[in-house]
Design a protein around this ligand. Structure first.
Ligand SMILES: [Zn+2]
Length: 187
């Protein structure tokens, strides 16, 4: 089986006006979604030996999508932290994609097991026109998922990933999941 060409993107960093976009911020203001996502993404990419996009945080969403579509990848993931008063991990995938669902299921399972957080499951989110809600999933050419690792505004979630060690654990969980769901699938 050919090796799947995977790319991982760091969520946020720059908004469409070219300003710094931290994404969501922890309750005490100390932790920024973009900065934690950057560490988690780095560890996941190291585990997989795959390519990375937006590690310097200079690409807005449009720029990340453009870079994904220019790279000839088979699979892309945008890595985020959730906010809004929940707890646990969830992953969005392109509606109707069995590969996307398999990857999303596996990522949720691995993050939930290795960090000991709630598994909120693989999800599809559509807009009012019945298309995928997230631009990163809707406008990218390869099979794409959006990973909401844990909630940055939930202290018990944040405690699991606020250290370098926690980011490594989370990143490697994503790496193992993609290895199982994409690289070694069917072997
Ligand atoms: Zn985000």
């Amino acid at each position: 089986m050919d090796k799947k060409k995977i790319v991982l993107c760091v969520g946020h960093g720059t908004n469409s006006w070219g300003r710094y976009d931290p994404g969501a911020v922890s309750k005490d203001g100390k932790y920024h979604e973009h900065r934690l996502a950057k560490k988690i993404t780095k560890y996941a990419a190291e585990y997989l030996g795959c390519e990375l996009i937006n590690t310097d945080g200079t690409l807005c969403l449009k720029g990340r999508i453009k870079a994904v579509n220019a790279g000839g990848y088979d699979f892309a993931a945008d890595i985020h932290l959730n906010a809004g008063g929940g707890t646990g991990t969830e992953v969005y995938y392109f509606h109707g994609s069995p590969t996307g669902k398999r990857a999303a299921d596996e990522i949720c399972r691995e993050i939930s097991a290795s960090l000991g957080v709630k598994n909120r499951g693989a999800k599809v989110r559509l807009n009012s026109s019945g298309k995928d809600y997230f631009g990163f999933i809707r406008q990218t050419v390869p099979c794409a998922v959006l990973i909401e690792t844990v909630f940055i505004d939930c202290d018990s979630d944040l405690n699991k990933i606020k250290t370098e060690e926690g980011c490594k654990k989370c990143g490697e969980a994503i790496g193992r999941a993609l290895e199982k769901a994409l690289v070694n699938y069917g072997k």
